[in-house]
Write a protein that binds this ligand. Structure first.
Ligand code: HEM
Length: 87
């Protein structure tokens, strides 16, 4: 789920932003004058990747415990071993 600047439901709902107005309120690419310069290319890449996944993959299963990178500031995944079932 995206980190949204406003409108995070108090209920803790995991509903994803669905309208274009809602999608523009997240902070994944920063905001204002220092907003991410690469956002447009990353959106294109993500769309291409997800479209290919939907066409070619029937299921993704986590195959082993994910690992995290050692970092005191950012909690970042190092690896997520997957088992891929072709469509
Ligand atoms: C999923 C991938 C990416 C994410 C989540 C991301 C996220 C961000 C965020 C949050 C900022 C704002 C940082 C701040 O407020 O100080 C930022 C800035 C920036 N990003 Fe990205 N970014 C991504 C990919 C890219 C790519 C592929 C490029 C280059 C092709 C890029 C180039 C930049 C640049 C140059 C800035 C600085 C803009 C400025 O300070 O004026 N980013 N990015």
């Amino acid at each position: 789920m995206s980190v949204r600047r406003t409108g995070i439901p108090a209920s803790g709902s995991t509903r994803h932003a669905s309208t274009s107005a809602e999608r523009r309120t997240h902070l994944a690419f920063g905001s204002g004058i220092h907003a991410c310069v690469g956002a447009a290319i990353v959106r294109l890449e993500a769309e291409a990747l997800l479209s290919a996944l939907v066409r070619r993959v029937r299921a993704l299963h986590v195959a082993a415990e994910p690992t995290y990178q050692p970092n005191n500031i950012v909690r970042a995944l190092g690896s997520v071993p997957l088992r891929i079932v072709a469509a």
